[in-house]
Write a protein that binds this ligand. Structure first.
Ligand SMILES: C[S@@+](CC[C@H](N)C(=O)[O-])C[C@H]1O[C@@H](n2cnc3c(N)ncnc32)[C@H](O)[C@@H]1O
Length: 252
């Protein structure tokens, strides 16, 4: 396991028991519905990749998919495995046979991963006509991009890459994935709550993140509808959800 993976495993272990309360997006019905609509009718085995507490896997299960999960963090896997079988391991070296899954979904984890390696593993474990759905919070536009990047780098020292929607699409294309559907979704978040549930950070870093949003440049605040309500800093987060298939030349 790489050093980064060891650190991520440790960080998420401290957050697993309160993870679902740490941000609205984790349980947001609309965001989950967007993923389920793209997944379509159940047609076999699905993998909730980097499943955390398994919110995506649980939704797939309720739609009739035969679900498994994979997460590097044992305590996250301990929670999701109450609902479906979960393996503990790395997305960069998946403990699965080739052509095992009809569907893979990976929500909000690509920023921590060596995506070239993970996408190569995804193409290995997907059946040839399988579907891969990936989603991330990304900037809305150039108006919030640079300041959001500063915020994310301050909040998450383990961030490997700050993604824009264009970067994500380029990474997918480079690894032979073709985008067949592209959805966006907005989820309103409390920055104070986000920080309250980040025990790995010092109080001064948590305060800095709240202050960076509260005192952001005007273009950022306008784009993300930043407002302070009863002392709580609220803003919109922009989600991109992409449905992909292996391009013809990349099928094994
Ligand atoms: C931000 S959480 C997202 C959880 C889940 N995908 C969701 O949307 O609710 C990221 C998850 O990825 C897991 N993770 C991070 N790096 C990983 C890796 N290299 N392999 C497998 N899981 C990883 C973490 O343990 C954590 O549970």
């Amino acid at each position: 396991m790489s050093q980064l993976e060891q650190k991520l495993k440790k960080q998420f272990a401290t957050r697993s028991s309160t993870f679902d309360d740490s941000a609205n997006w984790i349980t947001d019905k609309n965001l989950i519905r967007v993923h389920m609509n793209l997944a379509g009718k159940p047609r076999g085995k699905a993998l909730d990749l980097c499943c955390g507490t398994g919110r995506i896997g649980r939704a797939l299960l309720s739609k009739g998919w035969d679900v498994e999960g994979l997460d590097i963090c044992g305590s996250m896997a301990g929670i999701s495995s109450r609902y479906f079988p979960v393996s503990e391991g790395s997305a960069e070296k998946m403990p699965f046979e080739s052509k095992s899954f009809h569907l893979l979904i990976c929500r909000q984890t690509f920023q921590f991963l060596n995506t070239a390696r993970v996408l190569s593993e995804i193409s290995r474990v997907l059946v040839p006509d399988g579907v891969f759905i990936v989603s991330l919070t990304v900037p809305f536009s150039d108006d919030d991009r640079d300041w959001l990047s500063n915020i994310h780098r301050c909040k998450q020292p383990l961030l490997l890459k700050f993604y824009t929607a264009e970067d994500l699409m380029a990474d997918l294309a480079r690894s032979g994935f073709e985008i067949t559907a592209n959805r966006t979704c907005v989820v309103r978040e409390s920055v104070n709550r986000w920080m309250e549930y980040a025990p790995e950070l010092s109080q001064s870093v948590r305060d800095s993140v709240v202050s960076m949003v509260k005192n952001a440049p005007p273009s950022y605040k306008k784009k993300r509808h930043v407002e302070v309500v009863d002392g709580e800093v609220l803003e919109d987060w922009n989600w991109i959800v992409l449905k992909t298939v292996l391009s013809k030349k990349n099928k094994v």
